[in-house]
Write a protein that binds this ligand. Sequence first.
Ligand code: ADP
Length: 221
Amino acid sequence: MVPGARLVILGRQGAGKGTQCVRLARHYVVPHISTGDIFRAAVKEGTEFGNKLNEYMHAGQLVPDEIVIGVVRERLNQRDTRSRGFIFDGFPRTAEQAEELNKMLDEENMPLDLAIDLEVPVEYALTRLAARRTCSTCATIYSTDRPPSINWTCDNCGGEVVQRADDTEEAIRRRLEDYNTLTEPLIAWYLEQDLLVTIDGLGTPDEVLNRLTRAIDHRSG
Ligand code: ADP
């Protein structure tokens, strides 16, 4: 059995985190934890909690730290993460979240293996975001260049593949601004802890996956 992994994937919107995390999760047999996917699932359920989240997400605003941290704490306590680890996608996004994550991992004696900055120039990220389409059921990511094989029906689960409600120009601009001011500083923070690797996110999904697995295997080998 391949050993597990404990990874954080950083990178701006459109860098390809979601696409690569699904592949990494399969490769290392480790849970992929996307806070965005968790929140979207809650929105879909239409609970009061979900409706509240939707207000932030629809506007392209960050969900408050205490909510995010609560959700992550619960997820980290599940058996699969304890035995196999995790690949965090879209978390942490603020200094507070990053510090809380370190505390939680310290408490559980589960140190982070690596934080990966998936780097893509902003103009490419914008083009990818405009083309991005997502399965509304299982969150598989497609694009107008790589659509599902049948008429916007997900190849994975048969769900409807749509443009995300928060992939509007205004919400994208806001999310990218938040990334620059709140999330990008985490790159230097992880670098100081000697946990950071930067990976070029340009190229085909397979090329990028190869770069990622090489860096991860090198680090753990
Ligand atoms: P993107 O990276 O394109 O913004 P995600 O699917 O990661 O997409 O997140 C969608 C939305 O969910 C964000 O715009 C934000 O409202 C919320 N969200 C997800 N993760 C976090 C987080 N760690 N902290 C705060 N808000 C979050």
